[in-house]
Structure formats: C-alpha cells, structure tokens
Design a protein around this ligand. Structure first.
Ligand code: GLU
Length: 453
C-alpha cells in the first residue's frame, strides 16, 4: 500500500462573490472543496464570482484571500469572472444561435405583478415566457421606445438528474424551473453563465456548494449540455444553523472568519470544527490540516442540518492550544511581546490558555508585578526560610513543600493554596511545580514576605 490517493483526482473550486466577509458557512464550503481536492491529489481553485458586484468588491476580494491563507487553504489556480467576460459572450452567442437564449423586455414591476398573480392562484411563480411570443415588429417597437432587452436561457422540458455526493439521487424537471436571466439589460453577463462557462473551461470535475444552489444546479446542467459539455459532479452541503437551530445569515458579522480571528480563535479550531460538522465523525481537536485530509470522505456527510455552536469552537480552541508545540507559536509569542517565553515556560503555561493572548496574563504571574495575598503570615515566613538554593527544577516544588509540611505540620490544600496565593496573587493557575522554577528564588522570596509596604 502507498499513501498515493487511489480515487480520481478531484478538480474543484471555491467561488465566493466578493460582497462580504467569509463567514462560517462559506468557509465550510471552501474547506470541504480543499479537502476533497487534497484527499484525491487533485486541484483547488479560487474563483471570484464578481460579475455582479460593485460594492467594496476589491476590499472583500483581498479579505477573502487573506482569510483563506490564514486557514492554510492554499489554492492552485485563481480567476476572477470580471476578467472573463469575452468567454461568456462567446457562449451566449452559441446559445442564441441554438435558439436557447431569448430577449425579454418586462420591467421589474411587470414581473412582480405576474409573480403575485401566479402565487395568488396557488401556482409556482415561473416566468410565463410571454417574451417568446414577441414578433420582430414588437421588439423593434419596444426598442424604439427605449427598452433594452435582457436575455433568458430557455430551459428544456426534460428531466434533469444527478448523483449528488451528499444528497444522493436528485431529480428535477426543466419545466419546473423559471428560465434564468443570463444577461442584464446593460449587457452584463450574470452569475449563471459565468459559473457554467468557467466550470467547463477550468476542467472542474466536482462542484461543492450549499444546498441553496440545488435548483441552480438543475439549470446549470442544462446550460452545460446546451454548450456541448459534460456537467461536473455535484456535492450540495446542508446549510448550517446556529446553536438554536436558526439559519445562519451570510451577513452575521459575529460569525465572520475575520471576527473569529480577531477574537483569538486558532485557524485549526475553525477547520477542526467545520471539517466535521454534519458528518458522522466526532469533532476533536486536530493540529494539522493533513489530519483532516486523511479523515475526509463524502460518505460521512449527512443531509441533516448541522448546528454551529460558538461554545464548541471555544472549547476546541483551548484544547488545541493545550497540545500546540512551542515551535508553532514561537513567532506569534514574539509578536505579542512575549519573546522571553521559552519552550519550558510554554509547556507550563499552555494548559491554562483558552486564547493565545491569555499567555500575557500568565507570563505576568511569572515575571510580576503580582500582589501577593497573605493567608497565613507565619506559614509563609517558615516557607521562605526553607526555600532551597537555585538551580531549581521540576522537583523543587515537591521537595520544598515537603520540608515546609514537616516543619509546620500544615499540609494538603491549606498549604498549597496559601503558597499559591502568595506566589501568584491568585487562587488558580498553572501547576506550581512548573511555575516555581520560572518565578525563581528572588521573586519567590519577595512574594512570600507579602505585598511591598
Ligand atoms: N458565487 C456563488 C455563491 O457565493 C457561488 C456558488 C457556486 O459555487 O457556484 O454562492
């Protein structure tokens, strides 16, 4: 046996629209795309679906790239739809020639009226194709009146089916889907044509996206076929709900990846959770994306709606830090002004961290200043007298407290808590066995004599 993946390499893409910050929902899509590609020795592409965006799109595009890099989801190829308009126009010309693209002139108000009247009659709000009945003369008149056409793809009245990697066999009929608009009145090609042409041109073999795109997929399959291409495979992930079971909105700022990062959440906490959400695997801390790659399998995904619980992310974050080796945080500690922390200090402090920047507080307990709490002055003075000379090791705490116990008769919790309160000013914290050698003899002696007068 070898480590070389045996399944066909998957070529996939993550295709966000740069209209906002990435949030846990689309980060999960990106991660699953990336894992599917890496698990099969395939390729992961980043594509910005920016055909229809103006608002802050350059800023959001940069933020998306930065966020993916922070997670470690590096891409093997990059494209933006706004650079590819010529390709879409070629495809649109071909659809026109094949009689699958037709001009429409209804205003938004007219369409809304039609929609309402269908709904009032209990019918699905499908476009009625009135524009197909227009004659050349009608169109000339409308254009003479200043109307510009927008263009719809004519869905075929035929079954559309696929084997979804998550949802299993999916069935649609083209007649149940409204003819989508592919070109706006101002001539700009829209998302649907861009997405299908790109997936064909880029050799995408698997599209992973949210289940809100299922009906789009039926349309995209007909579009790909109308362009003479074989559609890719599809995997539609269930949308994520919040901890109470409500849908997550794209714009929930508090769940943007950016805000999680600013709150001090580790990238591996995010990926450990999102890789397993909605799967049959337990959610456990993982220190490297490679572990998640090894465990990835579409067969583990279920169609039920998974809940994203920020408290679970918090717990994972702490558990990940407790296992993180010094080499992985050395530079980040230095950037926090904690370059004095060495490997030994890190291993003493990390079991008490929820966030990496908690380290600063615990490091201050080592270096001071701390305000000693004096619970028993006699005991502390006896303990000070028994402090051994340096060098100190892990064994010093045990030896010293045994000597104090033998001298004073105080033992167990009353002894340990009194020493902890004096040495750290706190009633909890890292193990004193590790902490004492970091504090060192001079500081320990000063603290045992109580707060400075
Ligand atoms: N831009 C679309 C979105 O953000 C992409 C969907 C797809 O993957 O095709 O929902």
């Amino acid at each position: 046996m070898t480590d070389v993946p045996t399944s066909t390499p998957i070529i996939t893409r993550f295709a966000p629209s740069p209209t906002g910050l990435l949030h846990v929902g689309n980060v999960r899509t990106a991660l699953v795309c990336w894992l599917a590609a890496r698990a099969t020795g395939g390729r992961f592409l980043l594509r910005l679906d920016d055909t229809d965006t103006e608002r802050g799109s350059a800023e959001f595009a940069a933020a998306i790239e930065q966020d993916l890099r922070w997670l470690g989801l590096h891409w093997d190829g990059f494209a933006r739809q706004s650079d590819r308009t010529d390709r879409y126009r070629d495809a649109l010309d071909r659809l026109k020639a094949a009689g699958r693209l037709y001009p429409c002139y209804e205003t938004a108000e007219e369409l809304e009226l039609k929609r309402k009247s269908l709904l009032a009659r209990g019918l699905p709000p499908l476009y009625d194709r009135a524009a197909l009945a227009l004659t050349d003369a009608d169109r000339a008149r409308l254009e003479g009146e200043g109307h510009r056409p927008y263009w719809r793809f004519r869905m075929a009245d035929a079954p559309v089916e696929w084997d979804d990697r998550v949802r299993g066999r999916v069935h649609f009929n083209g007649r149940d889907i409204s003819d989508p608009v592919l070109v706006r009145e101002d001539g700009r090609p829209l998302y649907h044509i861009g997405s299908v042409v790109d997936d064909i041109d880029m050799g995408i073999t698997l599209v992973v996206r949210g289940e809100d795109h299922v009906a789009n997929t039926a349309m995209h399959i007909q579009l790909a076929e109308a362009l003479g291409a074989t559609p890719p495979d599809y995997a539609h992930l269930s949308l994520i709900a919040d901890a109470e079971g409500h849908g997550l909105s794209k714009r929930i700022g508090s769940l943007s990846l950016r805000s999680l990062r600013e709150e001090g959440i580790e990238p591996m906490a995010v990926t450990s959770l999102l890789a397993k959400l909605g799967t049959s695997d337990p959610i456990e801390p993982r220190l490297a994306l490679g572990d998640l790659v090894a465990e990835f399998d579409f067969a583990k995904f279920s169609r039920t709606i998974p809940r994203f619980d920020p408290a679970e992310l918090e717990r994972l974050n702490g558990r990940i830090l407790h296992e993180t080796p010094f080499a992985a945080v050395r530079d980040r500690l230095a950037a926090l002004g904690l370059g004095a922390i060495d490997e030994a200090a890190w291993s003493v402090l990390r079991p008490n961290l929820q966030r990496l920047d908690d380290t600063a507080g615990w490091w201050q307990v080592v270096t001071g200043p701390v305000t000693p709490v004096v619970a028993d002055a006699d005991l502390l003075s006896a303990a000070a007298g028994l402090l051994p000379p340096e060098p100190w090791t892990d064994a010093t705490w045990g030896e010293w407290t045994a000597a104090v116990r033998d001298r004073t008769g105080v033992k167990g919790k009353p002894l340990f808590l009194t020493l902890r309160l004096a040495l750290t000013g706190l009633d909890h914290g890292p193990e004193l066995r590790g902490l004492l050698p970091l504090i060192g003899r001079d500081r320990a002696l000063a603290r045992l004599s109580g707060p400075a007068a």
